[in-house]
Design a protein around this ligand. Structure first.
Ligand code: DSN
Length: 418
């Protein structure tokens, strides 16, 4: 895939090779990552990169749109069929811009948004003070119950009635449990709020019908298309038909400019692939593997936030092991297991240190790892946690990790031969 770059710029080509080598030899367990199928790579690099277009099929601002229009229309049909949605807009560049386009469509400056706290699993773009949306809208937050570490729906209900937000957002970056969309939709209806679900992390599981879909319950459902959906770095938004016009206008010209047809082509392929039996089986195994890892780590004395998982990720509380999230992340990184440090609910540590790590199972499952390999990963993680700064221990663990992952190629042999 780098035939020409190798000749004109060996330096950047070498960095791509280096990253491929890193991914091939590491056990990638960042919960927001997955491995893009080769078709997604091809289409993301296709001639659609050259096309500048704004607007919608039949209503473009530039000429030469006849082929691109066919792509966007095909994407609509496939996406609506796959997710059982009334309307889709696939112009977002990412999950973040998908969220921004919904805000631009239905909110005014000063409007109030009720969303999940970032430090208990929410997302930056839902209203963190660090994100620009906090300068435009007012934010109030709900969280999880201290005992169960699951969303406290009674507190959410009470807060919604007190605060009367214009929008309630569900969806999270590090919440391992199913969300009761029906209940939140009812609360939103009672207080006259829009209900938006950000399903970025779980879109693949939803597409494969492995976990329940928010689409029947929410006014708007946003998503990135990487993560469990395993597609291009891009976004998508679904809504009820009654909001179709307002969403399209809020997306373009409301919040986005010219389109990225190369990733739109890749997403179009993924809307077909995600309906396949192959994808369904991978997604089903992702959940099985996540549960298995939670179970195995529990046997080694790790505490799993909320006691387990229903989706592709788990959050591990490391306090019982006497180590922080940073220490464990760095030690695992040194042995070739990639995870990220993560706040646990009511975390006493700073966000730069944390008491936990978040672990995702999508990439390893795509590579073919099943329960026996997950058992081995848990055992390696336990060995790392026992002596996270002991070089001899880390070297032994690295050997075990490398032996395991080398049996499961990232891509088929010869995929990147020029
Ligand atoms: N929110 C970040 C994550 O979940 O890792 C990126 O999408």
């Amino acid at each position: 895939m780098l035939k020409f770059t190798r000749q004109s710029d060996p330096e950047i080509a070498a960095l791509v090779d280096e990253e491929l080598h890193r991914q091939e030899h590491n056990i990638e367990m960042i919960a927001s990552e997955s491995t893009a199928p080769l078709e997604v790579m091809e289409l993301s690099g296709s001639v659609f990169t050259n096309k500048t277009l704004e607007g919608y099929p039949g209503r473009r601002f530039q000429a030469g749109s006849e082929v691109a229009d066919k792509v966007e229309r095909l994407a609509w049909e496939r996406a609506k069929e796959l997710f059982g949605a009334e309307h889709v807009n696939i112009q977002s560049y990412s999950g973040s811009t998908a969220n921004y386009s919904v805000f631009a469509s239905v909110l005014n400056p000063g409007d109030k948004i009720l969303a999940m706290r970032l430090d208990q699993g929410g997302h930056l773009t839902h209203g963190s003070p660090a994100n620009w949306v906090s300068k435009i809208y007012t934010h109030v937050f709900y969280g999880v119950d201290k005992e169960t570490e699951r969303i406290d729906y009674d507190a959410l209900d009470k807060l919604a009635k007190e605060e009367k937000p214009k929008m309630i957002i569900a969806g999270a970056s590090s919440y391992p449990r199913l969300i009761d969309y029906e209940r939140i939709a009812k609360i939103a209806e009672e207080v006259g709020a829009y209900f938006m679900v950000d399903m970025a992390h779980i879109a693949g599981l939803v597409a494969a019908k492995v976990i329940p879909s928010p689409i029947p319950y929410a006014d708007f459902v946003t998503s990135s298309t990487t993560k469990t959906f395993c597609s291009a770095r891009s976004g998508m938004v679904f809504c009820k038909e009654k909001y179709a016009k307002i969403l399209d206008k809020g997306t373009f010209p409301g919040s986005l400019g010219s389109l990225m047809f190369h990733t739109m082509a890749a997403k179009t392929w993924s809307f077909k692939y995600a309906a396949s039996e192959e994808f369904r089986q991978i997604m089903q195994q992702v959940v099985v593997n996540a549960r298995k890892l939670a179970e195995e780590l529990t046997k080694y004395g790790f505490r799993i936030v909320s006691g387990g998982t229903d989706n592709h990720l788990l959050v591990v509380d490391l306090r019982g092991k006497g180590i922080t999230g940073t220490v464990f992340q760095d030690a695992l990184d040194a042995v070739g297991i990639t995870v990220n440090k993560n706040m646990i609910p009511f975390d006493p540590e700073k966000p730069s240190v944390t008491s936990g790590v978040r672990i995702g199972l999508t990439s390893v499952t795509q590579r073919g790892l099943k329960e026996p390999e997950i058992t081995e990963i848990a055992s390696i993680m336990n060995q790392v946690a026992q002596a996270p700064t002991d070089e001899k221990n880390l070297a032994e663990c690295k050997e075990r990790a490398e032996a395991l992952i080398s049996k499961f190629p990232l891509y088929q042999a010869g995929a990147f031969d020029d």
